[in-house]
Design a protein around this ligand. Structure first.
Ligand code: SAM
Length: 401
C-alpha cells in the first residue's frame, strides 16, 4: 500500500482553531513540520487504516456518506459483524485494503479523505446544526494528534470515541453534537472545554491538597474529576449519563488512578454517604438536556448538606447574559438565585471565564463560596450580576488560605 501524507493541508487544518496551551497539539505541529517523507507516508497509512476501517470514525467523520451511500452502510455492517469472528477481522481488513488505498488518497478528487480535509480546511464552523462542524473538526484533530505523538494513547482514544458513539445512538440528548464536552490534553482529547486550561483559569488547583475530599456533580466524561484527583485526597463524581461515566472510568484506569470514583446517578435522587471539603457544581443547577431541573433552593440546600463545616462550594453559572426567564441554561436571573444561595453559602469572590469555542459556547461566571455554619433566613446579598459579569479577574485572592 502506498499513500502520501498531505502534510500542508493537515497543518492548515490544525492551525485553524489552535489550542496553544495543549502540549500534545504543539508536539504534533512540531512533528508535522519535521517529518521526513517516508515516515510521514507510513504514519498516514496507519491513520487511514485506523479511521477508514473503524465504523465509529467512519460515522463520526463522514456522517453524510455513511447515511446516504448504501455501499458505506454495507461496509460498516461488514466491519461490525466480522469484528468478532475468528480470523475474519484480518480477512475484512485485507479485503478492504484496496478500498482504504483509494479512499485514503487525499490528492485524488472525491475520495473520502479529500472530501473530509477540504471540508475541515474550508468549511464554515457556524454552518449547519450547532457543533456539526466542530464535532468533526475536533474528532479529526484528536485522531491526528494521538497518531502523530501519542501512539500509546490511540487505544484509549478509540475506546472513548466508541463510547461517545454509543452515547449518540443510545442516549437522547448528547452535548456538543455528540463530541466530548470536557477535553483532556493529557490523553489527546481537545474537547469543547479543555480541562487543564479551564482549571488553570479558575486558579484553585494549587490550593487543593491531599487532605481534601472533593465532590463533582454532573461530572460529564470525568476528565476534570480525574485531573482533580491528581491533587486532592479523594474525588467522588456523580453523573447521570452512563456512557460519559464509562469514559471517566476507563480513563482513570488507563492513568492508574485509584482515588477517583464515579457513580451513575440522578443527582436529585442521589443519597450521599459522606460530606465533602469541596463541592463543585459547574453548569449543573438546571441542565439544558432537561435531566436536572430541581427547584433552585432545593438544589442549594442539598449542596449545603453535602459540604463539610467550613467547606467550599465552587460554582459555575450557565448563561449570565440570558433574559432571566428561569429557562434551563438561563442565569440572567442570578441575582435572584443568589438571594437564596447566600443564605446557605457566603460569597468569597467571582470572575468571568472565557468560552473556548466562542460562537458555540458562552463566557461563564465562576463563583467561590464558603459554607455558612447555619442557614440564614434572609441575607443582604453580595452578588451583583451586572458588575460580576464585567469582571474577568478575581477581586481578591480567594485561594490564598
Ligand atoms: C452542562 S454539562 C456540565 C458538565 C460539567 N459539570 C462541566 O462543567 O464540565 C451538565 C452535565 O450534567 C449532567 N446531568 C444532567 N442531569 C443530571 C442529573 N439529573 N444528575 C446528574 N448529572 C446530570 C449531564 O449529563 C452533563 O454531563
Amino acid at each position: 500500500m502506498s499513500l502520501s501524507f498531505p502534510v500542508d493541508t493537515v497543518l492548515a487544518i490544525l492551525q485553524r482553531f489552535p489550542r496553544p496551551a495543549d502540549e500534545l497539539e504543539q508536539q504534533a505541529l512540531a512533528r508535522l513540520k519535521t517529518l521526513d517523507a517516508q515516515e510521514a507516508d507510513s504514519l498516514w497509512e496507519q491513520l487511514c487504516l485506523r479511521v477508514l476501517l473503524n465504523p465509529v470514525y467512519l460515522e463520526a467523520l463522514w456522517p453524510d456518506a455513511c447515511s446516504q451511500h448504501p455501499e458505506m452502510r454495507q461496509l460498516i455492517q461488514r466491519l461490525k459483524e466480522r469484528l468478532w469472528v475468528p480470523d475474519a477481522r484480518e480477512q475484512a481488513e485485507n479485503d478492504s485494503a484496496q478500498w482504504v488505498l483509494e479512499q485514503g488518497d487525499a490528492g485524488q478528487h472525491d475520495t473520502l479523505m479529500q472530501r473530509l480535509l477540504s471540508y475541515l480546511k474550508n468549511g464554515n464552523p457556524n454552518g449547519g446544526a450547532p457543533f456539526a462542524f466542530l464535532a468533526r473538526y475536533y474528532t479529526w484533530r484528536d485522531v491526528v494528534v494521538t497518531q502523530l505523538v501519542a501512539p500509546e494513547r490511540t487505544e484509549l482514544t478509540d475506546r472513548i470515541f466508541g463510547l461517545l458513539d454509543m452515547q449518540n445512538k443510545q442516549w437522547g440528548k448528547p452535548y456538543c453534537g455528540g463530541y466530548a464536552y470536557q477535553g483532556y490534553a493529557r490523553v489527546g482529547i481537545a474537547g469543547v472545554k479543555p480541562t487543564e486550561e479551564r482549571l488553570e483559569g479558575y486558579g484553585f488547583m494549587p490550593w487543593l491538597n491531599g487532605d481534601m475530599s472533593v465532590l463533582e456533580i454532573g461530572c460529564n466524561n470525568g476528565f476534570m474529576a480525574i485531573e482533580l484527583a491528581g491533587r486532592a485526597g479523594i474525588v467522588d463524581a456523580v453523573e447521570y449519563n452512563p456512557f460519559l461515566v464509562e469514559i471517566g472510568r476507563i480513563t482513570a484506569e488507563a492513568l492508574a488512578l485509584d482515588n477517583v470514583s464515579f457513580q451513575v446517578a440522578d443527582f436529585s435522587n442521589w443519597m450521599p454517604a459522606r460530606r465533602y471539603d469541596v463541592v463543585l457544581s459547574f453548569a449543573n443547577h438546571c441542565t439544558i438536556d432537561g435531566n436536572l431541573a430541581v427547584e433552585f433552593e432545593s438544589f442549594v440546600a442539598k449542596l449545603w448538606g453535602l459540604t463539610q463545616d467550613g467547606g467550599w462550594l465552587l460554582f459555575e453559572s450557565h448563561n449570565v447574559f440570558g433574559a432571566g426567564t428561569g429557562a434551563a441554561g438561563d442565569d440572567g436571573d442570578l441575582d435572584r438565585k443568589f438571594d437564596i444561595m447566600e443564605c446557605y453559602f457566603e460569597l468569597q469572590d467571582s470572575k468571568m471565564t472565557r468560552a473556548f469555542v466562542p460562537s458555540h459556547d458562552i463566557d461563564k461566571l465562576f463563583v467561590v463560596l464558603r459554607r455558612r455554619p447555619q442557614v440564614l433566613a434572609s441575607v443582604q446579598r453580595s452578588m451583583n450580576l451586572g458588575e460580576a459579569r464585567k469582571r474577568y479577574a478575581y477581586q481578591g485572592e480567594p485561594f490564598s488560605c
